[in-house]
Write a protein that binds this ligand. Structure first.
Ligand code: AGP
Length: 607
């Protein structure tokens, strides 16, 4: 949930830290801070509430330093105050942190730290503990190790010792951290976005390994104190991919990148015109032998899973369950080796999803993960990984990652149909052609629909509530539509099974309440239209989304938007574009920051 960056080497650390914090700000933006250690051992520490731009103002005066650490915070323990911002200094230790220390109260009591606190954070307790042991050993690595024996929870620590200029220490458990040694110096960060301007070769910091970064080199020490070599990875995208490139917001750029992201994700998984996962080494026996499927994810990824459930059950005819990861991880799941578990995560670091994956593994289930970030924790702990190729998704509200998660779920559905001999060659080719053509339907929507949607967004922008309704697949699409609107416009939006409205919720429908109704599924089209008439009869403002050419009489809705698909089974993709743009333009009309919505962060790496 927080952004971390550290640098040591021949260049000016302040500028590198501030640039890195700007690139990591999507991970958390309540407050920011940095600490620079000059070659003479003088410490320069600045922190502030608010965004990185305010920190830049504070750091205007020139400070010549070649070693420093920086942090953008998403508040967990303690409010959004300057005192609670990182880094925290205790004695000779300056530390910043991403994660949650579960036993920090116990440590405070056990070591008598309570009266010494200058903040409300668990992070300061970690600094106190490491300083406690540093005072007694004068050995930074031993001090860190001794503290790690006490600390319980998730953490990514970056640590400076004021009497060891030029050196950064780092260690993690669960919370993400990557590092790179380059000709320009050594870098440590929460994710690879901050390293891209300097290198495409990096490594994921192994858990409980202590890193020592000094000048252009990094020493990696395993828990037993042995020096080990890191496993190097390379990034497939470049700096530009993580810039706005003329768009006003990352979110809009990422919405318009969807056709390319879709094609990059789908094309490599086609062989002779049908879905193929040979490159991922996913055996057909796994897809044909499983008796049920369990999908696990959070937020938008989970709503992609809801679409996955609907299409898999429709085509493969086996039970598919979708679980919210934070619920699943504390459940006693009824899964086993005959259950195929599909874990979906853009970041590959969502802590609840990672914990749920580990529980599924304990149950003996084979795990396929659908992940957008190469080398991420979830990817590394899965049996099989299907990487989506959306490129970096910077906006907190997920758009292109959702789109390519859907694409992979359709590919998996097609492959399962083949593996289970549920389809003729002709049928699977037709299925695949429809899927491949979905990139064009996404593009067509981006070409023709934005202005129409923007007008509707301005029309509903100052509503207090909004409802998204649909049946079957349309209900699955509406779940994501409601979340998108909620998380960036702060309008209370709710997705509802259209047939269920009459059982209570329709009481909330009154004049001008926006109802976005999805009716792209032939089988339930007339039933959904009946539900639309019911809300219209109560003066709701109805935006109706159907397949192109659907016959809809004027009095049924206020606005009728059409998606260019013949088969509603593939309506997920163009519908997503409408719902994403509706959220974007509504938030725009309300004057909010679409890329950094309040209270949110891009990757939820704390429980
Ligand atoms: C989506 O717009 C949200 N930012 C959020 O729901 C997100 O999808 C969820 O936190 C899961 O993240 P992940 O895909 O990185 O695991």
């Amino acid at each position: 949930m927080c952004g971390i960056i550290g640098y040591t080497g021949p260049l000016q650390a302040r500028d590198i830290i501030l640039l890195g914090l700007s690139q990591l700000e999507y991970r958390g933006y309540d407050s920011a801070g940095l600490a620079l250690l000059t070659d003479e051992g003088n410490l320069y520490l600045r922190k502030t509430v608010g965004q990185v731009s305010r920190l830049k103002e504070l750091c205007r005066e020139a400070v010549s330093s070649h070693c420093g650490i920086g942090h953008t915070r998403w508040a967990k323990h303690g409010g959004v105050t300057e005192a609670n911002a990182h880094p925290h200094q205790v004695g000779r230790v300056i530390l910043l942190h991403n994660g949650i220390i579960e036993n920090y109260h116990t440590i405070q009591k056990q070591y008598g730290f309570e009266g010494l606190a200058t903040s409300e954070t668990d992070t300061e307790v970690a600094a106190q503990l490491i300083n406690y042991y540093y005072d007694r050993t004068n050995d930074p690595r031993q001090a860190i190790r001794r503290a790690l024996n006490i600390i319980e929870g998730s953490f990514a620590f970056c640590i400076l010792f004021s009497d060891i200029p030029g050196t950064i220490f780092a260690v993690r458990n669960v919370s993400p951290m990557v590092a790179a040694a380059t000709e320009q110096g050594s870098f440590i960060a929460s994710d690879v976005t901050a390293l891209i301007p300097y290198t495409k070769t990096y490594f994921v910091v192994p858990e409980y390994h202590i890193l020592m970064l000094r000048d252009r080199s990094i020493c990696l020490e395993d828990p037993e104190g042995n020096t080990v070599e890191p496993e190097l990875l390379s990034v497939s995208w470049d700096v530009e991919a993580a810039q706005k490139n003329g768009y006003p917001h990352f979110m809009l750029k990422e919405i318009f990148e969807q056709p390319e992201a879709f094609r990059k994700t789908v094309q490599p998984r086609l062989r002779d015109g049908i879905p193929c996962f040979e490159a991922e080494k996913i055996p057909d026996s796994l897809l044909s032998g499983c008796r049920q499927v369990q999908i696990i994810a959070c937020g938008t990824a989970m709503y992609a899973g809801m679409v996955g459930r609907a299409i898999l059950e429709q085509k493969v005819r086996i039970p598919v369950t979708v679980s919210i990861a934070s619920e699943f991880r504390y459940d006693t799941p009824m899964i086993d080796s005959d259950t195929l578990v599909i874990v979906i995560s853009q970041s590959g670091e969502t802590i609840d999803t990672l914990a749920a994956l580990r529980l599924a593994r304990e149950c003996g289930a084979p795990i396929i993960s659908i992940v957008n970030v190469k080398g991420s924790s979830i990817a590394r702990e899965s049996d099989y990984v299907i990487y989506t190729h959306a490129g970096p998704e910077i906006a907190v509200a997920s758009t292109k990652a959702y789109m390519v998660q859907l694409a992979v779920l359709y590919l998996l559905t097609g492959r399962m149909m083949v593996a289970r001999r549920l389809t003729s060659e002709e049928e699977i080719r037709a299925f695949t052609e429809h899927l491949v053509a979905s990139a064009d339907s996404i593009q067509e929507m981006l070409d023709v629909i934005p202005d129409q949607v923007r007008i509707q967004a301005e029309r509903i922008a100052f509503s207090e509530n909004a409802f998204f309704i649909g049946r079957g697949l349309d209900y699955a699409f509406s779940l994501e539509g409601a979340l998108k609107l909620k998380e960036i416009s702060y309008i209370h939006a709710e997705a509802y099974a259209a047939g269920e409205l009459k059982h209570g919720t329709i009481a909330l429908i009154e004049k001008d309440v926006p109802v976005i109704a999805l009716a792209t599924q032939d089988k339930v089209f007339s039933k959904t239209i009946s539900n639309v008439r019911e809300v219209r009869a109560r003066d709701a403002y109805v935006i109706l989304i159907t397949k192109k050419g659907a016959s809809v009489s004027d009095e049924v809705c206020d606005v009728h938007l059409e998606v260019p698909v013949e088969d509603g089974f593939f309506a997920a993709f163009p519908c997503a574009v409408i719902l994403q743009l509706l959220a974007y333009y509504t938030a725009y009309a309300r004057g909010y920051d679409m890329d950094k919505p309040r209270n949110l962060a891009k990757s939820v790496t704390v429980e």
